[in-house]
Design a protein around this ligand. Structure first.
Ligand SMILES: Cc1ncc(COP(=O)(O)O)c(C=O)c1O
Length: 355
């Protein structure tokens, strides 16, 4: 079986976890502080604040940007659920706008049109690991003084030449779920240059505390464990190598599959969290791959406003609506051997020949 995703946890992570377990400091301790320092340096931001997962990172970043009931937040309908559920968790209204032509990123022109006096933030998602057009998005948002909060949960290390994911807006939100480009088991991070956002996130993730037991506001318990942070510090050191392997696998797929399926472009700093093709015969191709023990995935089978809790926010987004029946992600992770990549290519080509 060639899995669609595979967390690579080695001896070093295991040693670090054992060291932390015997240290006596297990939550929001020195490992978390070190991981935050190192992650901020990697992203090129002044601050990084660790949380329990990407969903809570988004929730806190939105709250820290002042998002609340009555506000609108513009985002994509084609993403993982929490890109939009976090907006509802903050009490605001998600405003779904369409994607750019021939891509998966939020369309900056559609964002510009959707901004109203109630718009409190815009949440672009760097889907599959490819950055949105952040220059154009920032231009649209700066004119209206609306902060951009990057959903960078799939784009650790993506860089189109003017800064890494997480450093391109008012705040960036990351997930370290096991399938991501780097993992801590579960975990998340908010990156920002803004001292006020950092202070608010820091308080909100720990019961609104400034100093211990001095509660400045109501808050949550969204703290990361030192066990997770210790894994994250090792994974961060490996991230560039992992991303290079993902890119090399993607390059080979594109070179050898472009004549038989629609392969992804590799524009703005792609780190290939997913390698996603499109096909009219997607479901038959999927069965063909499954029969050959080749893992694959549909990200995502429906639009966010088709989910019951978000149905009242449905909006016309024809480009996004064309994607759920067509997209198929192939294994691209750094755990693949050359033979694995060759087997995936062979299976897709076989299908194209006989279909
Ligand atoms: C685009 C996107 N946003 C948000 C999340 C939420 O992250 P987590 O699963 O860590 O809560 C994910 C992860 O699945 C994601 O892919």
């Amino acid at each position: 079986m060639i899995p669609i995703a595979k967390p690579l946890i080695g001896d070093e992570e295991q040693r670090e976890v054992a060291r932390v377990l015997s240290s006596g400091s297990l939550a929001q301790g020195p490992e978390v502080k070190a991981f935050e320092r190192e992650f901020a340096a990697y992203c090129g931001t002044k601050h990084a604040l660790a949380t329990t997962n990407g969903t809570t990172a988004l929730h806190l970043a939105l709250l820290a940007a002042g998002v609340g009931p009555g506000d609108e937040v513009i985002t994509t309908p084609f993403s993982f659920f929490s890109s939009a559920s976090s907006i509802r968790m903050a009490g605001a209204t998600p405003v779904f706008v369409d994607l750019e032509q021939d891509g998966y990123a939020l369309d900056p022109a559609a964002v510009a049109v959707a901004i109203t006096p109630r718009t409190k933030a815009v949440v672009p998602v760097h889907l599959y690991g490819e950055l949105c057009d952040m220059d154009a998005l920032r231009e649209a948002c700066d004119a209206a003084q609306v902060p951009v909060i990057e959903d960078a949960c799939q784009s650790h290390g993506a860089d189109a030449g003017n800064g890494r994911a997480g450093s391109l807006g008012a705040a960036g939100c990351f997930s370290f779920y096991p399938t991501k480009n780097m993992t801590t088991g579960e975990g998340g991070m908010v990156t920002t240059d803004d001292d006020a956002i950092a202070d608010t996130v820091s308080q909100l993730r720990a019961h609104g505390e400034g100093e211990r037991y001095e509660h400045q506001r109501l808050g949550f318990n969204y703290r990361m464990t030192d066990i997770a942070a210790a894994i994250g510090r090792v994974q961060l050191r490996k991230l560039d190598g992992y991303n290079a392997a993902r890119r090399a696998n993607a390059q080979r797929y594109s070179a050898e599959l472009a004549d038989c399926v629609q392969v992804p472009g590799a524009r703005r700093g792609h780190v290939f969290h997913q390698y996603t093709i499109q096909s009219d015969a997607r479901d038959a191709l999927r069965e063909h791959l499954a029969a050959r023990d080749i893992g694959n995935g549909i990200y995502y089978p429906s639009l966010l406003y088709e989910a019951r809790p978000l149905a009242e926010f449905a909006a016309p987004t024809p480009r996004a609506a064309a994607l759920p029946p067509r997209v198929l992600s192939l294994p691209v992770h750094p755990g693949l051997s050359n033979d694995d990549v060759g087997a995936v290519i062979g299976a897709v080509r076989d299908f194209a020949r006989t279909a």
